[in-house]
Design a protein. Structure first.
Length: 134
């Protein structure tokens, strides 16, 4: 069980504040950790992930200010596979992307093995969600 939220408002740079409030409302769905990724008008991705409650991870104004942007996605995590706090961030073809997922892939081990053997993909996390990236 997890909680996933998204926010988009091109007229503001306050996505982090909205994500913080939304994730706090979903805290009961994911006590293991919280994370958020924001995207700003300069095309930069900013991320803040950590274990514990939303209040612990996003504690204080300084942490929220480290996530400028008008667009974002966040998750409170209760891991069913792996122990990776999401969203996951990666670069592909010169562009950044972020992904979060709620659920479990029953064939994750097979998918990981295939991606490693076929494409030489090197996994950065233990999350089954990362099997969607290669």
């Amino acid at each position: 069980m997890c909680g996933i939220v998204g926010f988009c408002d091109p007229t503001t740079h306050r996505a982090a504040e909205a994500l913080n409030l939304l994730l706090a409302k979903l805290q009961n769905r994911g006590p293991q950790g919280a994370g958020a990724v924001t995207y700003d008008h300069d095309g930069q991705i900013h991320e803040l992930l950590g274990t514990g409650s939303v209040e612990t991870v996003f504690d204080g104004r300084n942490k929220l200010e480290s996530l400028p942007g008008y667009l974002g996605v966040g998750q409170v995590r209760y891991a069913t596979f792996g122990h990776t706090i999401q969203p996951l961030v990666w670069m592909q073809h010169g562009k950044h992307a972020a992904l979060t997922h709620n659920g479990e892939f029953s064939n994750a081990i097979t998918l990981r093995k295939e991606a490693e053997e076929t494409w030489g993909y090197q996994f950065q996390s233990t999350s089954d969600t990362e099997t969607l990236i290669p």
